[in-house]
Ligand binder design. Sequence first.
Ligand SMILES: Cc1cc2nc3c(=O)[nH]c(=O)nc-3n(C[C@H](O)[C@H](O)[C@H](O)COP(=O)(O)OP(=O)(O)OC[C@H]3O[C@@H](n4cnc5c(N)ncnc54)[C@H](O)[C@@H]3O)c2cc1C
Length: 302
Amino acid sequence: MENVIIIGSGPAGLTAAIYLSRSGLRPLMITGEKPGGQLVNTDLIENYPGFISIKGADLMVNMLAQAENLKTKVIYESVKNVSKSDIHFEISLCSGEFLRAKSLLVATGVTHKKLCIPGEEKFTNKGVSWCATCDGPLYKGKEVAVVGGGNTAVMEALFLSKLAKKVYLIHRRSSLRAEKIMQERLQLNENIECVWNSEVVEILGEDRVNNIKIKKSNEACCMDMDVSGVFIAIGTNPSSDFLKDIVPFDNEGYILANGTKTECPGIFAAGDIVSSSLKQAIYAAGQGALAARCIEEFLSIR
Ligand SMILES: Cc1cc2nc3c(=O)[nH]c(=O)nc-3n(C[C@H](O)[C@H](O)[C@H](O)COP(=O)(O)OP(=O)(O)OC[C@H]3O[C@@H](n4cnc5c(N)ncnc54)[C@H](O)[C@@H]3O)c2cc1C
């Protein structure tokens, strides 16, 4: 029986592992398919305190090494299902193995929805991005496209409008889903042009993106648009399916938590998987540290 199993190895899970290991609780971490989490695929991070800039993969390799150095046990596997009894949680892994723990930290983050069009995979991190806060400064003075029509897409477009020469907001409908106040801010911004009833059907370039193909609904042919960057903001998918019926979710599938405590005693959550959390690494790391403290308290009175 483990004291605590951490599910997920992004900044939230790894920070919790570092704190729990230093408290002598010898946590066991299950990495999932993406050891290190979303940042592993990010080129340069310029907003993580302590580093003027660092490659996402380097930051996460260092965090993982730090946790292992402190004797966190690491299993390179994914969780398939979680069940609970009065005294413990049972975790089944995709390999078919079972584990038991007195407490759980869920730090499984999100996966960003993809357009699933030609060029998207090829130009990921070479002009295709899912994070304007992170990658926007690379497009100073250039023309970029944002794809989507919700709050995130509008927020990304507004952020980019301060840096880019021109921002095209491409949406497949004739009106936005974003809140009214966001739409008003958008209308006042002369640097953003909305391209309505349109879908991006292909992303093109050589080493990096330099062009996209757009298809208007009700039109047979496509038009070309020269842009250096494409920011995809069509939503995220929380990685929470394996916890169905155990902890409450919001209507998008994010875990509802009070701080890091879920409604189920012994299950804690941290990072992007938590409803309404700021989807940034430093916040995920902070929540990981807080979750470690709450888990320590939970185990001490159990
Ligand atoms: C392209 C891009 C660039 C970004 N750039 C920045 C930036 O510059 N600065 C910044 O602060 N933030 C940035 N972000 C946001 C940042 O990556 C996230 O906020 C942060 O990674 C969230 O950390 P997390 O630990 O909550 O989850 P994640 O990093 O998403 O990690 C989730 C972990 O859970 C694991 N997992 C998932 N399902 C299972 C399962 N069933 N079983 C076991 N494990 C599982 C995964 O393998 C992964 O290890 C960027 C995001 C993207 C996509």
